[in-house]
Design a protein around this ligand. Structure first.
Ligand code: TPP
Ligand code: MG
Length: 896
């Protein structure tokens, strides 16, 4: 970079330079800029071939990409739109200030929307289409903490009343009418579409929404259209790896249905984003390198005459040299300061502003505050084909907040304006509120018949209706009967398979279903072979937006690597956040595109929630519907991969997401029942929940589905083996388990019978987390309804008449099975074994012994529990330790 700067800074022959630029000017005026570009590229080529090392610069001058003479003109009424914008600004400010004058410290932000008001306003007035008969609708990701601006517009439109405005951040008191702090579909399901406030998740998801729309179009599931995903991002937010991490996908796939608008107010929460550099330049380079159309929107129209007079380029040089920290100071300290510290750097630039007053200098506006320039940039963005567009709009943080916040470092946190600041705000935006009223910061609505409101409503009517709006339900699709899953509900006989294989078979059965086969979206992050899904490559193809342009290496094989424009599998490469975002796009397609889809994203369970937990949380908020499949799960079942791969806690993460139903099945029929129930809930009943199912890679024979097990599987527990009524004094235990460790419990029952004559009832528990939810729900009910009919937790109901202590073991940490302790029938002892501690590599047998969940440990725990109840003796326990070769002094696996 510096080499390039040195070259560009030294002009050893200005006359020659002038001749060349004049010639280029002639080419531009005769043959256009494309021809000039062509010639320049050829010259660069020729210089390189002659051996010249030309440093690459991905950036352009620090001026607007669209020159003034090429700006599309807005068809709107600028005065009217200015008035509307003032009203929106006022009401957005008022809702935050009012919320914070009440007791309760509710918080909120003024400065961010103040900077983006024009960017948002032009979108609402001219570009963003609501879903209607004529159009599928655009999808807008708003900057989360700029939500007051969106509410303020809805208020003027009459969608939100004054009372509701005062329920900002009071969703409990609001009782269904509160306005959520940030965009949350869970809390405002008819309004917000995408949660964005966790920085970085919005831009990442926006890319995958656009990607998924192209997938739907290419597969013929929706018609091709000009709808767009618009994503608003803060410049500080661009620091998040998630924000920039997938932009190359958008470039590569030429997602021209995607527009990023980065609100470059040069500040984040604490201070400047790039005080010592220029965020717009930095982002320009990054996006251009990723194949995006970059539109810099740096300067507003007041700068045009100055730039037009900048014949020798001194002003542009000054603009380029000045760092963001200085630009921020100019807006904080005003016109005189700017004259001295900015224009004053060079005599030529100082001269340029000689005739401007300090106020005039102050009014030199930034691009993101100029509605004409914003319109021109949006116009260019929506008409760009073959690449995504990013608009880098320079703005002022806290615009209009004056001395109380404009461009000041602490402005992000400013939520309580004093009366003086409120009056200044009113005056600046000419809000007709009288002096004796203004200190209360009242909302201002000009009336539904006012020209402003009529104008707004007309604009929205022309664009198909109000935004934001969210579709809650789409068409309901039929669920195949459980009999359609016969291949996996029937036992395997002698044949040994894993639950992963059972699950993949289940997906294949669904793919063949007439009604929903086309709606199934298998998603992988470069692990299809790991889970035995490579058969799908050939069968349904891998989605490739431009088809397969090469003959695959394995073309002569049965299951070759087939890529296809109409491919159904989404192969997202080694990007779990990307694959998860793809899954969310498919899982919310019922709402966003009115096309219900059912995604199955399968991954190493350890690279799931722990890696992409915040996206999984957002998916719950967004009411995503689909299956997440934690493959090769379990701390001892995935045996050779070691500490970073062996998952023992993903079920705890899953259980923390209120609308995620998580299962850890053992047998293939359990997999089938869970799948079928999931399809029914999500596609037929349209419940807003999603599923997490762990599947394992240990092969064993699977029995037929026992009669009547279905309901218990879904609830989380059913009796797998009934030992019958115990004879008098016969010691009896209850063994519980899930995943492959249930098989250890089954083996333990045999050991107990053989060595100690102890019989066991065996319970398969595919979901301890569902059992916990049911149990706490019943307990809560009983606490609150002391005189009503008491409810019995399902666990209590199952175990009430079953004798002996209960022992549970799973391939997860103890907390997992421990979740049901509170619901043990009175007096029943409950022992939980699990895999606490870091995983490590070894054989399954050794690992299970190490973590103390193998059949011997389970059996020994049963004897110990019976001894504790006085049914057996300490001697029996000692014998158990001895015959099962258990080292009593082995360190706790948690600690080693
Ligand atoms: C993942 C995450 N980390 C931190 C925050 C807290 N936070 C909220 S807004 C903000 C500053 C945002 O700055 P910027 O993106 O530049 O937006 P601006 O308000 O300047 O438009 C921060 C750090 C968050 N919301 N999400
Ligand atoms: Mg910012």
């Amino acid at each position: 970079m510096n080499v390039l700067k040195d070259i560009l800074d030294q002009d050893i022959d200005p006359t020659e330079t002038r001749e060349w630029t004049d010639s280029l000017g002639a080419v531009i005026s005769h043959d256009g800029p494309e021809r000039a570009h062509y010639l320049l590229e050829r010259m660069v080529d020729a210089t390189r071939r002659a051996g010249g090392h030309l440093p690459f610069s991905p950036t352009t001058e620090y001026i607007n990409t669209i020159p003034p003479h090429l700006e599309a003109k807005s068809p709107g009424d600028p005065t009217m739109e200015w008035r509307i914008r003032c009203l929106v600004r006022w009401n957005a400010m008022a809702m935050v200030v009012r919320a914070n004058r009440k007791p309760g410290e509710l918080g909120g932000h003024i400065a961010s929307f103040a900077s983006s008001a024009t960017l948002v306003d032009v979108g609402f007035n001219h570009f963003w289409r609501a879903p209607s008969e004529n159009h599928p609708g655009d999808l807008i990701f708003h900057q989360g903490h700029a939500s007051p601006g969106v509410y303020a517009r809805s208020f003027l439109e009459g969608r939100i009343g004054e009372d509701q405005m005062d329920l900002f951040r009071m969703e409990v008191a609001g009782n269904g009418h509160g306005l959520s702090s940030y965009p949350h579909p869970w809390l405002m399901p008819d309004y917000w579409q995408a949660p964005t406030v966790s920085m970085g998740l919005g831009p990442l998801q926006a890319i995958y929404q656009a990607h998924f729309w192209k997938y739907l179009e290419n597969r013929g599931l929706i018609p091709k259209s000009d709808r767009k995903v618009w994503c608003f991002i803060g410049d500080g937010e661009s620091d998040e790896p998630e924000t920039l991490g997938a932009i190359s996908l958008a470039g590569r796939e030429k997602l021209d249905n995607l527009i990023f608008v980065i609100n470059c107010n040069l500040q984040r929460l604490d201070g400047p984003v790039r005080g010592n550099g220029k965020i717009i330049q930095e982002l320009e380079g990054v996006f251009r390198g990723a194949g995006w159309n970059v539109l810099k929107l740096v300067w507003g129209s007041y700068w045009d005459p100055l730039l037009a007079r900048d014949n020798n380029g001194t002003l542009r040089k000054l603009m380029m040299e000045t760092v963001d920290g200085e630009y921020q100071a100019c807006k904080a300290f005003g016109g005189a300061y700017t004259r001295e510290h900015f224009f004053g750097k060079y005599p030529e630039t100082l001269e340029m502003v000689r005739n401007l007053s300090d106020d005039d200098i102050w009014r030199l506006n930034r691009g993101g505050h100029d509605p004409h320039k914003v319109y021109a940039a949006y116009h260019e963005a929506v008409n760009t084909q073959g690449m995504p567009t990013v608009i880098l709009a320079k703005t002022v943080k806290g615009y209009g907040m004056g001395a109380s916040g404009e461009s000041l470092n602490p402005t992000h946190q400013q939520k309580k304006l004093d009366n003086e600041a409120v009056r200044a705000f009113r005056d600046r935006f000419r809000i007709p509120i009288a002096d004796d009223q203004v200190d209360n910061v009242p909302y201002f609505h000009p009336g539904k018949d006012s020209p402003e409101v009529k104008y707004m409503l007309e604009r929205r009517a022309a664009l198909g209706g109000f935004l934001p709006q969210r579709r809650r339900k789409s068409e309901s699709l039929p669920t195949p009967d459980l009999s359609a899953f016969e291949q996996i509900t029937k036992g395997t006989g002698e044949r040994e398979i894993s639950t992963t294989m059972a699950l993949v078979r289940g997906i294949n059965l669904l793919l063949r279903d007439k009604a929903i086969g086309q709606r199934i979206v298998p998603i992988v992050a470069d692990e299809a072979r790991t889970f035995g899904m490579e058969g799908m490559f050939r069968q349904i193809g891998i989605y490739a937006p431009f088809g397969q342009k090469y003959r695959p290496q394995d073309a002569d094989q049965l299951m070759y690597y087939r890529e296809d424009v109409k491919g159904q599998v989404l192969q997202e490469g080694i990007s779990e956040p990307g694959a998860m975002s793809s899954w969310i796009a498919a899982a919310t397609s019922y709402s966003v595109s009115n096309v219900p889809m059912l995604p199955f994203y399968i991954y190493y369970s350890m690279f799931g929630f722990q890696r992409i937990g915040d996206l999984a949380w957002a998916a719950g908020d967004m009411r995503a519907r689909g299956f997440l499949l934690g493959g090769t799960a379990g701390r001892t079942t995935l045996n050779g991969e070691g500490l970073q791969h062996e998952d023992g806690h993903s079920h705890l993460f899953a259980g923390g997401i209120p609308n995620c139903r998580a299962y850890d099945p053992t047998f293939s029929y359990e997999v089938a029942v869970i799948m079928q129930d999931g399809v029914r809930r999500m596609l037929t009943e349209q419940e807003d929940c999603y599923y997490y199912v762990t599947v394992m890679n240990e092969n064993y024979a699977h029995p037929d589905m026992p009669a009547g097990a279905q309901e218990g599987i879904i609830k989380g527990m059913y009796l797998l083996k009934d030992a019958g009524k115990p004879k008098k004094n016969e010691p009896r235990v209850q063994l519980l388990g899930s995943g492959t460790i249930l098989r250890e419990a089954i083996a333990a029952a045999e050991l107990l019978e053989k060595e100690f004559g102890v019989s066991a009832d065996i319970w398969s528990c595919p979901s301890f987390s569902e059992l916990r939810r049911d149990g706490f729900d019943a307990e809560r009910w009983n606490r609150l309804h002391p005189e009503g009919k008491a409810r019995t937790p399902y666990v209590t109901e199952c175990l009430a008449d079953r004798a002996g202590p209960a022992i549970a073991a799973t391939d997860y940490v103890r907390e997992y099975a421990d979740q049901i302790r509170a619901f043990m029938p009175d007096g029943k002892k409950y022992t939980v074994l699990g895999c606490d501690g870091f995983g490590r590599s070894d054989t399954r047998e050794n690992l299970r012994r190490f973590f103390e969940v193998d059949r011997y440990y389970i059996a020994q725990a049963a004897i110990a529990a019976l001894a504790a109840e006085g049914k057996m003796s300490a001697k029996d326990v000692a014998r158990a330790l001895k015959i099962w070769k258990i080292d009593a002094d082995k360190p706790n696996p948690l600690t080693v």
